[in-house]
Design a protein around this ligand. Structure first.
Ligand code: TXA
Ligand code: MG
Length: 317
């Protein structure tokens, strides 16, 4: 049963408890989870039925709390002063001490941050006291919801609650601007016109959103670089493992591996999803010759895990 809530405090308490709660922003309704809780974030992908792990936007009640997770440069400070709260998302280098779950940023060294301009959303974020990861609150492949009734149609029974927040004023998602690699690049046009951004910080390059870039990964290596891939070769669906290989285990580990990283002893897909990027990073630094990944079923979140492993295993130069 998905509850319809009126009090932002109730929504915040559920988020802190690791539950999924949809709430209105000025752009569209977002499906929120505690961004520091990897299993809660895995639940977002599960509820949306997303076949792969795109990086999610972290939402904050003010710029100061965003700057605790990412490093702003001069341009970011100027844009935040001009457009926050509002429909602008900035992609910036993640601070090494950030406790945001790796799954939230799909394993990247950057994080997308934004301060939304909706009183209900701001009240939730203030009360939650943690960054909140929130993609649009629709099933994968469907249009973004701009009323609580839309969210109920999409996700009723799959999430804990929806906070009533009226109709979304902007109705399209935020503008996503990448400031993490020198030149500013527009990754997604949205609520703040790019001309208004250029008036403040000068010319902005045009890029492909990560979601679309993933499909062109092999043809546009520049875009692929921004996706975390281990430097060690990776084998999928391993039925046995060599002593000089590291093992990404799912369930009781295959015998004979050197270093083992357990995704989920009890073969729980949500737990495995939340540990995937940490596992790849840990094994990558293990000194092994390669990584063998045990079979993971293709259903539910397993499809997203397999998609991510297949990308990590794809040939690259
Ligand atoms: O208006 C919005 O932005 C809504 C509301 C709920 O705030 N949220 C939203 O989130 O649209 P989502 O997760 O559906 O869109 C995130 C976009 C995607 O295009 C994703 O690829 C990009 O931001 N993105 C997120 N983190 C990124 C990163 N570290 N590097 C590059 N792109 C990133
Ligand atoms: Mg969306």
């Amino acid at each position: 049963m998905t509850m319809l809530l009126d009090d932002p405090q109730d929504a915040a308490a559920l988020l802190r408890a690791g539950e999924l709660v949809a709430f209105a922003t000025e752009t569209v309704y977002g499906l929120g989870a505690d961004a520091r809780n990897g299993e809660a974030v895995a639940g977002i992908f599960e509820a949306k039925g997303r076949p792969h792990f795109n990086p999610l936007i972290c939402h904050f009640p003010d710029a100061e709390s965003a700057w605790a997770e990412v490093c702003p440069d001069e341009r970011a400070l100027a844009l935040a002063a001009a457009f926050w709260p509002g429909p602008l998302t900035l992609v910036l280098p993640r601070r090494p001490e950030s406790r945001v779950a790796l799954l939230t940023g799909a394993g990247l060294d950057t994080l997308a941050v934004r301060v939304p301009a909706h009183p209900g959303a701001l009240a939730v974020l203030r009360a939650a006291g943690t960054p909140v990861a929130a993609p649009s609150a629709n099933r994968s492949g469907r249009v973004s919801p701009t009323t609580s009734a839309h969210v109920m149609e999409e996700l009723s029974g799959r999430i804990a609650a929806v906070l009533e927040g009226g109709d979304c004023a902007v109705g399209v998602e935020s503008t996503v601007l990448d400031l993490s690699a020198g030149e500013a690049v527009l990754l997604r046009p949205g609520g703040v016109p790019v001309e208004a951004i250029e008036a403040l910080i000068g010319p902005v390059g045009r890029g492909l959103p990560i979601a679309e870039a993933a499909g062109h990964a092999l043809r546009s290596p520049g875009m692929m670089q921004s996706h975390y891939a281990p430097s060690l070769p990776l084998r999928l669906d391993a039925a046995e493992v060599a002593p000089d290989e590291a093992l990404l285990a799912f369930g009781p580990p295959l015998p004979g591996a050197g270093k083992v990283y357990q995704l989920s002893e009890g073969r729980d897909l949500r737990e495995a999803a939340s540990r995937l990027f940490s596992g790849l990073r840990a094994l990558d630094g293990s000194g092994a010759r390669g990584i063998a990944a045990m079979p993971i079923p293709a259903e539910g979140l397993g499809a997203a895990i397999r998609d991510r492993l297949a990308r990590a295993a794809a040939p690259r130069d």
